[in-house]
Design a protein. Sequence first.
Length: 175
Amino acid sequence: MPDEKDPSRSDGHELARRALDDAREAAKAAGKAVGQGRASTPAVRRGRRRWSSAGPDGRDPQPFGRAAGALAKSRGWQPKLGEGQIFGAWDGIVGEDIAAHAQPTELRDRVLSVTAESTAWATQLRLVQRDILSKIAAAVGRDVVVSLRITGPRAPSWRKGTRTVPGRGPRDTYG
């Protein structure tokens, strides 16, 4: 009878099916998850590909700014870069109007010293100090500058020469 299948004369499909079933039974006996497709493989194995794909990869070329930022972050240079950015981009951070009348002079212990061109401008800057601090924090980060020390211009010195007499100087003779 040609319809009955002789187990000794199986076609390739049935042999492959039997081999797969035997392999699954052996895997189940070893305690492995079987028959669930690729979802059963851990995510760690899926991330270990050694070939490139259409998506971005850590080995792909990176923009210079991103690579430099990652290097600065890994080396701990972020605070110093923020300090330099304050002095370099002062006009862009606080605006042209304030930058035309006041300049940063020193950053020490997270306190930024700003010198205004007149005492009136120094007073105005003290009134908007909170806004200036928020602009600086938005531009370079919160922990770079904590407070401002705003001063007016320096008064001229009455001292002339290397030898001076202690005391109030010429002001005590005017009155």
